[in-house]
Design a protein around this ligand. Sequence first.
Ligand code: PHE
Ligand code: ZN
Length: 881
Amino acid sequence: MKDAQPGAIYLKDYQAPDYWIDKTELSFDLGENETRVTARLQIRLNQDRHDRQLPPLVLHGNADMTLAEVKVDGVALSADQYTLTSETLTLPVSSDRFETEIVSVLAPQDNTSMEGLYKSGGMYCTQCEAEGFRRITWYLDRPDVMSLFTTRITADKAKYPVLLSNGNCIEQGDTGDGRHTMVWEDPFRKPAYLFALVAGNLAHVEDTFTTQSGRNVTLQIFTESHNITKCDHAMRSLKQSMRWDEEVYGREYDLDIFMIVAVDDFNMGAMENKGLNIFNSSCVLARPDTATDATFQRIEAIVAHEYFHNWSGNRVTCRDWFQLSLKEGFTVFRDSEFSADMNSRTVKRIEDVNHLRSAQFAEDAGPMAHPVRPSSFIEISNFYTLTVYEKGAEIVRMIHNLVGREGFRKGSDLYFERHDGQAVTCEDFVRAMEDANSIDLGQFMRWYTQAGTPVLDVTDSYDADNQRYVLEVTQSCPATPGQDVKEPFHIPLAIGLLSSEGDNLPIGDKGQTTVVLEVREASQQFVFENRIERPLPSLLRGFSAPVKLNYDYSRDDLLFLMRHDDDGFNRWDSCQRLATETILDLVRDIQAAKPLSLDTRLIEAWRELLEDETADKAMVAEMLTLPSEQWLSEQMAVIDVYAIHEAREFVRGELAKSLSEPLQSIYRGLAVEKPYKPESADIAERQLKNICLGYLMELDSPAMLSLAETQFQNATNMTDQMAALSCVINGAHQTAPGKAETLLSAFHDQWKGDANVMDMWLSVQVSGARMGSLERVKQLMEHPVFDYRNPNKLRSLIGVFCMRNLKCFHDLSGEGYAFLADNIIRLDKQNPQIAARMLTPLTRWRRYDDQRGALMKAALERIQANELSKDVFEVVNKSLA
Ligand code: PHE
Ligand code: ZN
């Protein structure tokens, strides 16, 4: 797009800026054809870098803006006095303090990239992280330049009655010509990526929160008026987050007002702009009849995440974008602990780990693998990854495990106190943890700098004569791009030991049944004395480190751990291992063209789960969920898409046949009408009920189908309605062809006016192999509810098909790959960030058989032959390298 060959930027080249910007005064004149932005900047030389010389001022910009005027200290510059390129504006400097005034002219109505200032529906909004502010005005658009912002917004009063920016509103009034103005002032210095502006015809709900020191904060959530009934859950989540951050971290909110705005067109989930969070509407709007339990929980987590950024991200920000995980890893850790406190801790952990292991491990094993703190990038937008977010959160969790709850609080207090108002690095965070706890995390820092998923190989031996049990732990880490050899990691390995009776034995010095072993060497032994019998180890309890753990458990060992392990996470994990091994055995049978039969131990284990009336329903639901095709794919050296799909479907069918009675009895017991509450006990009941219904659909029986139909028709909440629809779509329905179509069209007629519900309607019909053909995807792209410009629609339809419907996407014809390539090429011109993200499935081409690999590679090469954005250029080139 811009450069012929975009180049990489390196962490090692970091230098502090030549200049600081003390004050930023912005004035936006919003118009239908053009928007004028006047930026007055008070600029000061960075004396630490330059004491005598005055280097020219190089501001970041973008070719989509027009430069209308530049003044330095009130004097207009002529075109020969400055240098303008597609990415920079260079101004001459003659004093160590001066003021610039720059007028840029923008066309937000034509901005489809959803970076900078753009229009969503009828409203104006902004997205500046990471480098979107330079699409609004020329600026030092880097997070270590922090400035005090004042923002004046002028717009048509009838069309845009609401005008918002960061901080407090200090002035408002009419300008006479049907237009009006509001001025906002943010009292906190901030980097430009936290700037936000919203203008539109919006309704809002309002509430208040009293902080621990007794200050009153106004809370507002803005949406288009037809969605105003969907804000209550987000408001409740916000207040809970504010309370939790005071109680758990001692962090209080710092402005008089906190605003959230819902927009339909957004590249990500949400954005933590100071005092004015902007949310993808799918991550904030919910009503029991329109949103599923999963959505309710996602909203709670994202509202918390963005709120928590006010301290971990905004008050203390990143020095440069290589440090992204400083704010994201820490904030994900914070929001996951919040969710654990609000709901079931074990279930939250299972969900997080499941996601990490199936998606982040795949990233770590692919061509885009990078350390949690990358050392170079071409386009920073490509580094908002599972590695930076989720693995980054695991690093923070490991520190938490190493220093304990109180030690961690001391460390976070010190971090916030030391660095409030600063732009800092991952080392600064770790140093605060070290200093507060007098420990050395030097070796631990490798988690930030080495990519790849470490592997722990564990063996054990028992010496009956000396009553000694020994665990032998060996660690290794596969090579990743640019890193052939890895140094040993410092790995907290939480373990327990079980007796043959199923007792969790005391092993710690205070009789604890769980201890944390600190693995630091490539190979290390841990000795347990006075063991009267050979114990069975329960390893990596609570998933104490983001590693792959190998230990040669027999299937009977796994069944034993499923019953007796007192670590809930490991009970689930044993169940997953059992199911994974069983399915992978069947995959080998399919490949060898052998007849299939299911290991009856799996059936009996499932039966035990279903029949245990005292069991925690949430745990049973998690355990009954078979490992995903994504996760199973990760376990194979060469991914056999069809065999994985067939084996997993076979297991589902066999389980349903053998367990039809207990499945039905649980289903009927839970299918009782009660008022909807998005609380964990109720969520668990609905989840278990709907999992049972899903299995029952495998029976292809009219009686079972009518259970689902009845549930669909009588549902008073979206969780049950959507689950019923999904069960019918993804179930076997030879006996009732056309049923799925009938329900889909009823659902469409009921919800066609609700954009977020229609996203789910698109996804549900293309996510499974029984219905979700490529043909259907193409048809739906022509459907009136689909909108090619809207990222949610693209993700729900094309994204879901390519990332979740593995059997159809990876059809041997290669049509799925060609389809994705065509769309990447088209989309790159419109929205490069989304295009680069949607490319992910093709990047994994080396993991497949030769035929698929070649087809995927050809699709990548076809993309590569185009003029590309930096975003897509980087992903395509790294994938083919
Ligand atoms: N910083 C946002 C978050 O994690 C994510 C985001 C990144 C949103 C870039 C928009 C653009 O909360
Ligand atoms: Zn974040």
